[in-house]
Design a protein around this ligand. Structure first.
Ligand code: ZN
Length: 166
């Protein structure tokens, strides 16, 4: 296993629409293992393939965020089929280092995807895991959590970033 480089803004790969995965090759399996290791190493709650420079529909999530689960989830071609309720929660992103802000997301989600064995998996989750799942799937669509901020907060974020560059 290997630690992968995590891409950060303004890397354009973070803005790409990730392509569906047709074949679960050995390479995809190895990549998934590396993504889990990279996510744990970086203390992230999730990681999408775009973040390691590959715009393909593959995400890793720390399932221990959900008290019922203990390990990690790898989902290929993940989709959210249903959402329920909304809640505000603080979020950060390994690709937007050092920035945390409250974002409104669905509280509960019904997600579907394919596991590394090629089986369709379907499950419901809530709270932190539901938030991370929505965050990672957004990554596959080129969307970052900073895009979901109010115009005022977006401006504050831009100012902060510009300051950093100087
Ligand atoms: Zn992220």
């Amino acid at each position: 296993m290997a630690l992968l480089d995590i891409r950060t803004i303004p890397d354009q790969v973070l803005r790409e629409l990730a392509k569906p995965i047709d074949n679960i090759t050995g390479e995809i399996v190895r990549l998934s293992e590396d993504m889990i290791e990279t996510m744990i190493g970086a203390r992230g709650a999730g990681l999408a393939a775009n973040q390691i420079g590959l715009p393909i529909r593959l995400i890793a999530n720390d399932a221990s965020l959900n008290p019922k689960e203990k390990s990690h989830i790898i989902l290929i071609n993940p989709v959210i089929v249903e959402t329920q309720l909304e809640e505000n929660g603080e979020e950060g992103c390994l690709s937007v280092p050092g920035y945390y802000e409250f974002v409104k997301r669905a509280k509960k989600v019904h997600a579907m995807g394919i596991d590394l064995k090629g089986n369709t998996v379907e499950f419901e989750c809530e709270g932190q895991l539901a938030r991370a799942m929505q965050h990672e799937i957004d990554h596959l669509n080129g969307v970052l959590f900073i895009d979901l901020l109010s115009p005022l907060k977006k401006n504050l974020f831009k100012k902060k970033i510009t300051k950093k560059d100087k």
